[in-house]
Design a protein around this ligand. Structure first.
Ligand SMILES: [Zn+2]
Ligand SMILES: [Zn+2]
Length: 103
């Protein structure tokens, strides 16, 4: 199973192509931009409560057979929030001071 490499930030809908350096994912691959993770979510995933890490960049060049962006296409399905901004802010407020490894 490869990462889906979802195409956008769930919060602000910014495009996050496979080579974006500001894409962040949680363990379930909920995907957000670095700015939203920092300023809106405070490292709390609104869908699962976990923390985020930078999403790895899938190589554009086929260094190894069959393993590059062209042969293993990123997802084209845009994902949008299933919670309101107030709800998300409240969850973040409750969880943000607990380190991800203790959540
Ligand atoms: Zn965003
Ligand atoms: Zn999540």
């Amino acid at each position: 199973m490869a990462l889906q490499l979802r195409p956008n930030c769930e919060y602000c809908d910014k495009d996050l192509p496979p080579d974006a350096t500001d894409a962040r994912i949680c363990s379930f691959e909920c995907t957000f931009c670095a700015d939203c993770v920092e300023t809106k979510l405070h490292n709390v995933c609104p869908n699962c409560g976990g923390g985020f890490v930078p999403r790895p960049i899938r190589p554009a060049k086929e260094w190894r057979q069959g393993l590059c962006v062209a042969t293993r296409s990123p997802s084209s399905t845009r994902v949008h929030l299933s919670y309101g901004h107030d709800d998300i802010a409240a969850l973040s407020q409750r969880i943000r001071n607990i380190p991800p490894e203790d959540r």
